[in-house]
Design a protein around this ligand. Structure first.
Ligand code: HEC
Length: 172
């Protein structure tokens, strides 16, 4: 009987010490813990309902891709100052890294291209139809290096950027 009590006392001590070490280790753990990041409980949020028009059942981008450039007309007035201002913001978000803040192709990324990205204030580009600019920016051109941005920039912002680019005029 005495032996059982001794073994029991011994085991309890071992367990207590192990528990103490674990707690000490846990309290002094130097790295971030998974449970410190806020939990996301998607099933407790109301279900997201897709905005109307996100999945087009008719029309959508496909019709513009199929149309020829001279048939594509801007849905916004390209000389509207508000749109031009929005377009300037869009340009600096989506284009300036390549085409540069001077629109000459010497952006942070663009400068390492050879040849440089097209000068957007050249006579050629400024003489482009709005539909041509829209197609270039949206879908790129096969074999060329302009990235197709139709799935990156929404349609209205693309037109606003075109309004901005056109407002710059030919480089004096
Ligand atoms: C990843 C870099 C990059 C980004 C971002 C970019 N471009 Fe370009 N872009 C280029 C390059 C490179 C060319 C030259 C194409 C070639 O000659 O192969 C070009 C060409 C063009 C052209 C001339 C197309 C033609 O007919 O040859 C236009 C217009 C243009 N870009 C407008 C824009 C606008 C507006 C944006 C922003 C919405 C934009 N680009 C974003 C790199 C870029």
């Amino acid at each position: 009987m005495k032996a059982v009590a001794v073994i029991f006392a011994f085991l309890s001590t071992v367990l207590l010490v192990a528990y103490g070490i674990l707690i000490y280790y846990d309290n002094h753990f130097p790295f971030a813990r998974m449970w410190e990041t806020p939990g996301v409980w998607p099933h407790e949020e109301p279900l997201l309902v897709m905005k109307e028009g996100v999945v087009p059942f008719s029309g959508g981008e496909a019709i513009y891709r199929a149309m020829s450039a001279d048939q594509i007309k801007s849905p916004i007035p390209l000389d509207d100052p508000d749109h031009i201002l929005q377009g300037q913001k869009g340009y600096h978000l989506f284009c300036a890294q390549c085409h540069g803040s001077n629109h000459d192709g010497r952006g942070t990324v663009g400068q390492s291209f050879a040849p440089l990205p097209t000068d957007l204030r050249s006579e050629e580009i400024q003489g482009h139809l709005e539909g041509e600019l829209f197609k270039d920016i949206s879908y790129g051109e096969p074999g060329k290096r302009q990235p197709p941005l139709a799935t990156t920039i929404d349609m209205e912002t693309r037109w606003q950027i075109i309004a901005y680019v056109k407002s710059l005029g030919v480089r004096p």
